[in-house]
Write a protein that binds this ligand. Structure first.
Ligand SMILES: [Zn+2]
Ligand SMILES: [Zn+2]
Length: 450
């Protein structure tokens, strides 16, 4: 059995930005060669220097991928497979680099030691450091030499552990295409909001308005942990969307936080830990322009809501083997402005707010000032939500697989009422049999697969 383990480090979110590659060649479970190269990425900005410690000065005089590949491509041929930890990432980096340099991606199949660790040994979470801890493999995480070596050692353990025939087990860990998108709400209400979206490669969290204890407990139900998260995006700075203690955990786990540039000052003013994130380069400020995290192309768009710095929804698009998929979401919406529906058109998953029932709000013990604020700039009523949904659906050429109703008020609404008002209005206006799910303050029972 011959294989090479590889590991890429990238400079930015684009797949063609490899700045280092490690290669470990293994024959009959003996390491024959360890080799690594620095690569000059196509762009000067090095977003991930804080992770891998490789800076522009280190790579600016190194060969580009196009220059390097002819010297290293022989490692990828005449072997049984290529191993990588989270192979869909390394495969997509190699593919993007080959594509942009005009080379063919080697036909050799990839096998993922991350999937392998779950399938064979039931290790969760399954990041490289977790698996290395499990096996006492020495690791200097994000050092390309160490990461590649660790991946090779994990694969060697698998080859030792698994009895013949190995093929059946191995088939499960082949990565020859990317799979779909999954989504899970950890809860949505004024008590806290957080949504997880992930594919085989990246896990992103939209808002983090729960305690660390709650997050850990709930995430473990779907076999995830906080340090599985690759990026956290926030919609606005209200406490039901950001938890200060959780931000400290993100700093510790090196999980970057993304927020719209308009929110930056208010975010830093309110949260000491956001200032720390900013200082160490882990607060990423985004604009209205699309940006990428793994396969996800993300665009933030402004929505009205009474929060300083503003409030943002997200449109998240991914090209999957089943075609282009889109999630559009806004958890808090003060009112619907003209043209707002444009951000939600052609979605496969929609999430919009259906906060309150007008009568229940009027009859609640809240002050008139608060009632007016909620109605005018705070949150959408069930009726307003259904009208917004109607406009979105009327202008879209497809029906979403699911519509999630977010931020349902505990005091001034019920799940049943929100569902009824929206369902009835939409079916009276030509949209019957929609899959509408009102979100709970607690997590969704099942992960939604797109
Ligand atoms: Zn909120
Ligand atoms: Zn809010």
């Amino acid at each position: 059995m011959k294989f090479v383990a590889i590991d890429f480090e990238t400079a930015d979110y684009k797949r063609d930005s490899a700045c280092a590659i490690g290669i470990v060649k293994v024959e009959n479970n003996v390491i024959k060669k360890r080799i690594h190269f620095l690569i000059r990425p196509p762009r000067e900005e090095m977003i991930f220097s804080y992770l891998h410690g490789i800076y522009w000065n280190d790579v600016k005089d190194q060969p580009t991928f196009a220059e390097l590949w002819p010297d290293i491509k022989h490692y990828f041929h005449n072997i049984d497979f290529i191993a990588a930890h989270n192979a869909s990432f390394d495969r997509s980096v190699l593919k993007a680099c080959c594509d942009s340099a005009g080379f063919e991606l080697p036909a050799t199949e990839f096998r993922c030691t991350m999937k392998l660790s779950r399938e064979l040994w039931n290790i969760h979470p399954t990041k490289l450091n977790n698996v290395c801890d499990h096996f006492n493999i020495q690791l200097d995480h994000h050092n390309v030499v160490s990461d590649t070596d660790a991946c090779a050692q994990i694969m060697m353990k698998a080859l030792e552990d698994v009895d013949e025939p190995k093929e059946e087990n191995m088939q499960k860990v082949n990565i020859n295409e990317d799979s779909g998108i999954r989504m899970w709400s950890l809860g949505s209400s004024s008590g806290g909001n957080s949504t997880l979206i992930w594919d085989d490669e990246k896990t992103i969290m939209i808002d983090c308005g729960f305690s660390r204890l709650y997050m850990n407990e709930q995430l473990s139900r779907i076999g995830k942990k906080l340090d599985d998260i690759d990026a956290v995006l926030i919609t606005h700075i209200h406490n039901d969307h950001i938890n200060q203690a959780l931000l400290n955990k993100f700093i510790k786990d090196k999980i970057p936080l993304y927020c719209h540039i308009n929110l930056a000052n208010d975010l830093k003013k309110k949260f000491e830990s956001a200032r720390r994130l900013n200082k160490i380069g882990m607060l990423h400020l985004i604009t209205d322009a699309p940006f990428e995290i793994g396969n996800f192309k993300i665009t933030a768009f402004g929505v009205p809501h009474d929060s300083s710095g503003g409030c943002f929804g997200y449109k998240i698009i991914s090209d999957t083997p089943a075609g282009k998929k889109q999630i559009s979401m806004a958890t808090d919406i003060g009112y619907v402005y003209e043209g707002m529906e444009e951000h939600f058109l052609e979605s496969d998953i929609l999430m919009v707010e259906s906060n309150h029932d007008i009568d229940m709000l009027d009859n609640s013990r809240r002050s008139d000032v608060l009632k007016d604020r909620i109605k005018e700039i705070g949150h959408l009523s069930n009726e307003e939500c259904s009208e917004l949904l109607h406009t979105i659906l009327s202008k879209s050429s497809k029906i979403p697989n699911v519509i999630f109703l977010s931020h349902i008020s505990k005091e001034c609404n019920t799940r049943d009422l929100a569902l009824d008002v929206n369902k009835n209005y939409l079916s009276e206006n030509g949209f019957e049999n929609l899959n509408i799910i009102p979100l709970l303050p607690t997590p969704m029972e099942n992960v939604f697969n797109l």
